[in-house]
Each structure stands twice: as structure tokens, then as C-alpha cells.
Design a protein around this ligand. Structure first.
Ligand code: GRF
Length: 205
């Protein structure tokens, strides 16, 4: 069974979706820790509600980004988790962490990458005038939202959509895409081949 640690910064709806999918999807893993950079994150309540231990590394308490990252790196190393999930983790992952945990660290981004990286991806998509938007689960590399893609799900964009409409439509897809990706990882079905992630066939049980 894979040991999973989750990084989240805010409301944690993706974290919740993964918690709720563990049993029905028969995910071969256990969430051993929530790590948050924000002492006020609602994700903390969600963890407590199901007895998942929480580590707060409150970003604002650190004199510099480098000091914060050092603490995060050491926490992640000490955990010896098989998989780290960025579920609404709003800080950029530094190069050292990305390199140390490449292949074991996944993120969800609310756009069809490589379009609309960084913050406010849904607004970027609306402003650009795309007709299809969506979400991407990907391995994290040293770039921003640039790592090998595991799963993408698309949604239509309608003429009168507001930012909130599109956020909500994409979020619904995030809540299925992320648990699916976690399941594939925990079943050892993801193989990184350069930029591509090959999804291996399911093993007969
Ligand atoms: C999601 O849209 C995620 O893709 C993005 O930030 C949002 C976090 O939502 N990175 P939540 O905290 O999981 O509810």
C-alpha cells in the first residue's frame, strides 16, 4: 500500500475528493499526512475530521522563501511517502524539491496544459476566448505546470460564462481526474517516458 502525503493551501475540495474516493475506487494507498503552508487553510479541518495528521509550515512565519522551502524539503524527506499530491497547493514548488521528488510528486492545474500556466488559469482561458477548457493532472518538474501529463479532462466554455461558472465546471472534473490519477499511481500503472506518461494495462487480480 502506498503512503500518500497531501500538500494543500486553502479550501481543500480536491483533498476531500481524494479522501472520499479512497474506498470506492479501491485506491491502494493511505493518506498519512496533510502538509499546509497556511495555518488557516480549511483543508486542515477536513484532515482532522478523518484523523489525518497535519503539519503546518506556515509560509508567512519564514523570513524567506528559501527558508520555507528548506523546512518543506526536510519535512517531505522525513515522511518517506511514496507519493506527494499537490491538491490546491498554491506555492510554486522549488527546484530542489521538484528534482528530489520527481516521479513521486503530482499536481492538478485547472487548465488544459500547456495552455494557461500559473495563477488564474480559468480567467486566462475565458479572456483568451477558448471554446474548450479543462484540467490537467501532471507530474511536477522544475518548471511551473510543465511536467509530464497524466490525465486531462475537458469542459465546454459557453459565451456567457463568468469566471465562477467556468471554475465550477472545471472543478467538477478535477474531483474525478485527481482520484483517477492517484489510483493509477498507486497501482504502479504510470511510467514516465520523457515528456510522456504511459498508462500501463491493469494487472489481473
Ligand atoms: C483548484 O482549482 C486547483 O486546480 C488549483 O487550485 C484550486 C484549489 O481548489 N490549483 P481546492 O483547494 O482543491 O478546493
Amino acid at each position: 500500500m502506498k503512503q500518500i502525503a497531501v500538500l494543500a493551501s486553502g479550501r481543500g475540495s480536491n483533498f476531500q475528493a481524494i479522501i472520499e474516493a479512497m474506498t470506492p475506487l479501491k485506491i491502494n494507498g493511505k493518506i498519512i499526512m496533510l502538509i499546509t503552508d497556511n495555518k488557516d487553510a480549511y483543508a486542515i479541518e477536513r484532515a482532522k475530521a478523518v484523523n489525518i495528521p497535519v503539519t503546518v509550515i506556515n509560509f508567512k512565519d519564514y523570513p524567506s522563501r528559501a527558508d520555507y522551502e528548506k523546512e518543506l524539503l526536510s519535512t517531505m524527506k522525513n515522511l518517506s511517502a511514496d507519493l506527494f499530491i499537490c491538491a490546491g497547493y498554491m506555492k510554486i514548488i522549488g527546484e530542489e524539491i521538484a528534482k528530489t521528488f520527481f516521479g513521486k510528486l503530482i499536481n492538478i492545474h485547472p487548465a488544459l496544459l500547456p495552455s494557461f500556466t500559473g495563477l488564474h488559469a480559468q480567467k486566462q482561458a475565458l479572456d483568451y476566448g477558448v471554446k474548450i477548457a479543462g484540467c490537467t493532472v501532471h507530474f511536477v518538474d522544475a518548471g511551473v505546470d510543465t511536467g509530464p501529463i497524466i490525465i486531462q479532462k475537458a469542459v465546454p466554455v459557453f459565451d456567457d460564462d463568468t469566471d465562477d461558472d467556468l471554475d465550477e465546471r472545471i472543478l467538477e472534473q478535477e474531483h474525478t481526474a485527481f482520484p483517477e490519477a492517484v489510483k493509477l499511481f498507486c497501482d504502479d500503472r504510470l511510467k514516465i517516458e520523457g515528456r510522456k506518461v504511459r498508462v500501463l494495462p491493469a494487472q489481473e487480480t
